[in-house]
Design a protein. Structure first.
Length: 67
């Protein structure tokens, strides 16, 4: 019985870690998508995009080069 409880706890921990990692990846992808849309509009400086999306200036510059 103790072994079953331990396995259940480990599964729950693994699931929670997976959900947290998925949210982290999703948020990062959304930041990049937002920055791309801002670059496409052409209204914002690279510094403004970095500040508003919480991306580094280097990341925003890289996105601009890729476009």
């Amino acid at each position: 019985m103790l072994m079953e409880a331990r396995l259940l706890d480990e599964r729950r921990e693994g699931k929670a870690e997976g959900i947290a990692e998925g949210k982290k990846i999703g948020l990062a992808e959304e930041k990049l998508a937002t920055a791309k849309r801002m670059l496409d509009k052409g209204y914002y400086s690279l510094e403004d995009i970095a500040e508003l999306t919480n991306l580094s200036l280097a990341d925003v510059e890289k996105l601009k080069e890729e476009a």
